[in-house]
Each structure stands twice: as structure tokens, then as C-alpha cells.
Design a protein around this ligand. Structure first.
Ligand SMILES: Nc1ncnc2c1ncn2[C@@H]1O[C@H](COP(=O)(O)OP(=O)(O)OP(=O)(O)O)[C@@H](O)[C@H]1O
Ligand SMILES: [Mg+2]
Length: 486
């Protein structure tokens, strides 16, 4: 199994990211224009070649080059020469393009109830009270067996809760109608921008992102439009991570990850994240590695990643960082103190002086301990640097047997329709009751029934028969008496 060649170190040795340590997560950091995206590219294509699938969000639209072979350039030759690589040939990768809006790739959708109340609260930046209401709404939907598939289902449910809040108080506590109103307004504003994209069926089956013996592609999510709504961007990526965490079986330590997930612009994920969400992220990051998934956070400033998460990122590739302000200096000092060094190497100084496409690297060794940090001249990618026209590839994607089912939406019955039916039934029942009452009031009072009961009828028939028998006896007696007299 070939490990991932990052580049050539300043002591002349090649620095590799071990495949069997790649599920111990990583950090790719660096100021703008220092080489983060190309690092992401060289890691992604080598993972894919090694049989590990990759999922990444393309924030600036410059990752599509992964689907086309690169071209020769003196800069490429300089890097290959430094790393002593002779058998290098440019190549393209098998890429699948996804787009939540369904324009530049296969649409990513999920049922609302799979997305869950926590991420939904994050998506709409709800306050604690509103978030509690959304949690209650999901509980009511579950209790009532009303599927929440699209946003319209949640809107209908919130309307129903508002109408029935008095009756629901005993079981679910106080539900403030004005907070429901505020959430409804958020849902309408969101739907105006995002429409019915994202929430619906078929839900993306994350098992299909995982590498198989035949296929270990690079999945690229077009995030250029998604990034315009930062909460949407981070919520969608977190949902995919959460699905992976909830769906995949434990796989223990293996020789390579099943999937590596690159989280670009990772600082967005943590900005103003409420406590519950932070705990969730921490849990997923800690436990997902035993399910064979490695996460690499990509960001301009490593200080944006909370310490509790940073401590779980074993593999670090840090590009040039600027030390202009005191805050920058402090950040440089912190990051250099977090990397192990052999004594002579001044990490902070080096990070401030790195050229484009150079990095300071510390990776986990076979024992899982971080190697001493080294300055590295990074490898060039096999594929093209920069964007390409992907229309043909996208057509190919859509016809792929595994993924073509995502091109069409499925319409199953959700909470909205069931609530409408329940409301209609209730109205009909109420009308029936009213009609019954009205007609019972207008009907003339019935005389007491003259109908005989069963026992009455029995007695009467008995008496009738008994009577006629006695009468017959009397008549025959009188006749014989009269006969005697004559
Ligand atoms: N390893 C490399 N091999 C060859 N060229 C590289 C390499 N790394 C960086 N470059 C060159 O530097 C340019 C900028 O790199 P890149 O786009 O990766 O920066 P970035 O850190 O992602 O910037 P931004 O923060 O603006 O997204 C690339 O377009 C490429 O020309
Ligand atoms: Mg970039």
C-alpha cells in the first residue's frame, strides 16, 4: 500500500502521510494564496488512487481540475526533482460532482427529520427558546408518526402546534405562540432563497460515498453558492458527517480509511457555535475515526479551530502564516509550540518565511506519535491546477448506476398532507356532531312507544292460546250438557 507523498523535506528525506494514520484526522492551514487548495488536491488524488474515497466542498470553484490531467510546467519539474520522483505521469481522477441546487452536479437532498432539530436550529440561527420549540416539534412529529420530509411539513406542523398549544401543554410544556411565529418567518425567508432544495427525498445514502473494491472516487460538492449562506454551508457538511457517523459500522484500525472528508473554510463551522453543537462536533470528530473516516480541517488561521478539536488533529500541514499583528504573533507562537521539533528547527520563523507551495509538516508515525516538524517543498498535483468545464463529466455522473437515482425527486406523504387530512376529519366529525344535535333538537317529541316487549308478546300469545283452549273446553262441555238434557 502506497502512502501519500506530501513532498520533500529540508533534510532531503521525503515526507509521507501514512494511510493507516489518516483516520486520525488532520489540519491544513495557511494564509491566502499559500497553497492550501493544491495540498488538498494532491492529498485527494493520492487517496483516491490508493482506494480511499474522498468528499470535499469546493468553496472557490477551483477543485474541478481534479477531473482532468495536469500539464507540464517548470514548477512541476522542480518539485518532482526535489522529491526524486521519476515515474510521474499526469492523470485525471474519477470525480463525482454534487450541487445542493442541482445545477452543476447531482443534487444533495435529505429528509428534514434526518437532518434533525439541532442542525436545523443552527441553519436558522435560532435562539435557545426557538430551538427548544423545534426540538418539541420534532418530538410531536415522531409521536404522531407524521414524517417531516420537506420544509412545508415543518411549517404545517408548527401551525398545528400553534392552534393546539393549550391541549399540548400537559405533555410537552409551554409552547409560546410568538416564538412559533418567529420561526415561521425564518422558514419563509429561507424558502425564498433556497427554495425546496436540500430538504426532500431521496435522502443521500452516505454509504454510497464510501470506497468499494471497484470505485474510490473524489466527490466534489459545489459550495460556491452554498457559501453565500455560511450557516447553510456548515450545516450541510455537518449533516453529512453526522450521517456517516450514525450509519457506518465500527471498523477498528485498518490499513487505510474508507473515506477522507475535507472541511474547507472550517472556521465557519465553529463560529458562534452553541454549546450543544460544539459537543456534537467534538463527539463526531472523536468517534468517527473508528468508523474508517478521516477528517481534514482546512482554514486560513489555525487559531480558528477550537483547542479541543485541534488536539484531535494528528496530521498537520501548515503553509505560510503572516505575523503582522500581535495577535498573529501569538497565533504563530501557539502553533509552533503545538508541533514537536528536534531542537534546531524554529517553526515560528519558518512559518513566517515559507514560499507558496511550501509547508511545515508534522504527521503521525506508525506508533501514532507526531513526527518532528519539517519544512517541506510540496508535490505538484497529477491533475490540472484550476477549474475546468465540467458539463460533460456531469452528464457522465448522472448516468452512473449508483447515483442516477438522485436526479429525480420522490414525493412521499409527509406531515403537511397528514395534518390536512387530520384537520379535515376533525372538521367533518364536528359537523356531524352539530348536525346530529341540530336535528335532535328540531325532531317532534316521540309518543311513548306502543311496541310490545318480547316478554309482553309471549304472555299475550300464551293467554291467547290458553284462553282459546279454555273456551273450546267450555263450549264442548256446554254442548254435551245440552245434549244430555235433550
Ligand atoms: N504544490 C504546488 N505545486 C505547484 N504549484 C503550486 C503548489 N502549491 C501552490 N501552487 C501555486 O500557487 C497557487 C495558489 O495556491 P492555492 O490556490 O493552493 O492557494 P490557497 O492557499 O488555496 O489560496 P486561497 O486561500 O486564496 O484559497 C496555485 O494556483 C499554484 O499555481
Ligand atoms: Mg484555496
Amino acid at each position: 500500500m502506497k502512502d501519500i507523498l506530501i513532498g520533500n523535506g529540508d533534510l532531503g528525506e521525503n515526507v509521507v502521510l501514512r494511510l493507516d494514520q489518516s483516520n486520525r484526522h488532520g489540519l491544513i492551514a495557511g494564509a491566502t494564496g499559500t497553497g492550501k487548495t493544491i495540498t488538498l488536491q494532491i492529498l485527494a488524488e493520492q487517496f483516491s488512487k490508493a482506494g480511499t474515497s474522498v468528499f470535499m466542498a469546493d468553496v472557490k470553484g477551483d477543485l474541478s481540475g481534479l477531473a482532468e490531467a495536469g500539464k507540464d510546467h517548470p514548477e512541476v519539474q522542480r518539485r518532482l526533482k526535489a522529491a526524486g520522483v521519476e515515474d510521474f505521469s499526469f492523470s485525471k481522477n474519477e470525480c463525482f460532482f454534487w450541487d445542493m441546487f442541482g445545477k452543476s452536479g447531482l443534487p444533495i437532498r435529505c429528509r428534514l427529520d434526518r437532518f434533525g432539530p439541532l442542525l436545523l436550529s443552527r441553519l436558522f440561527d435560532l435562539n435557545d427558546i426557538q430551538s427548544d420549540i423545534v426540538h418539541i416539534a420534532f418530538r410531536i412529529a415522531k409521536d404522531k408518526k407524521w414524517p417531516l420530509i420537506k420544509l412545508e411539513d415543518l411549517r404545517a406542523l408548527l401551525g398545528w402546534i400553534s392552534d393546539n398549544s393549550d391541549k399540548l401543554r400537559n405533555d410537552y410544556g409551554n409552547i409560546a405562540k410568538n416564538s412559533i411565529g418567529a420561526i415561521q418567518r425564518d422558514l419563509v425567508a429561507y424558502a425564498d432563497v433556497v427554495g425546496d432544495n436540500l430538504f426532500g427525498e431521496p435522502t443521500l445514502d452516505v454509504n454510497e460515498l464510501i470506497a468499494t473494491d471497484k470505485l474510490s472516487p473524489i466527490h466534489i460538492l459545489d459550495a460556491t453558492k452554498l457559501m453565500q449562506n455560511k450557516s447553510l454551508y456548515s450545516s450541510v457538511l455537518l449533516w453529512i458527517l453526522d450521517e456517516l457517523y450514525n450509519t457506518l459500522p465500527e471498523s477498528g484500525d485498518s490499513d487505510k480509511p474508507k473515506l477522507v472528508f475535507f472541511f474547507d473554510e472550517a472556521h465557519i463551522l465553529f463560529r458562534d457555535a452553541p454549546k450543544a453543537l460544539m459537543e456534537k462536533i467534538e463527539l463526531v470528530v472523536r468517534l468517527i475515526r473508528s468508523k474508517g473516516v478521516g477528517i481534514f480541517f482546512v482554514t486560513q488561521n489555525p487559531a480558528d479551530i477550537p483547542q479541543v478539536i485541534q488536539s484531535q488533529l494528528g496530521n498537520r500541514i501548515i503553509h505560510g502564516l503572516r505575523g503582522f499583528t500581535q495577535k498573529d504573533q501569538k497565533m504563530l507562537k501557539n502553533i509552533s509550540e503545538s508541533l514537536p521539533v528536534d531542537g534546531k528547527f524554529d517553526v515560528a520563523k519558518s512559518l513566517g518565511e515559507l514560499s507558496v507551495g511550501e509547508s511545515v509538516v508534522s504527521v503521525l508515525n506508525e506508533k501514532g506519535s507526531p513526527s518532528d516538524a519539517r519544512k517541506v517543498l510540496n508535490m505538484p498535483p497529477f491533475s490540472k491546477i484550476g477549474p475546468i468545464d465540467t458539463s460533460d463529466i456531469r452528464k457522465e455522473n448522472e448516468s452512473h448506476s449508483t447515483f442516477n437515482k438522485y436526479t429525480k425527486t420522490v414525493d412521499s406523504e409527509g406531515a403537511k398532507s397528514l395534518i390536512q387530512k387530520a384537520n379535515k376529519k376533525r372538521e367533518e366529525d364536528e359537523h356531524e356532531e352539530e348536525d346530529e344535535e341540530r336535528s335532535s333538537r328540531s325532531r317532534p317529541k316521540k309518543r311513548t312507544s306502543r311496541r310490545q316487549t318480547a316478554s309482553e308478546a309471549m304472555w299475550k300469545s300464551f293467554l291467547r292460546r290458553f284462553g282459546s283452549a279454555i273456551a273450546t273446553l267450555c263450549i264442548s262441555f256446554i254442548r254435551s250438557f245440552l245434549k244430555g238434557k235433550r
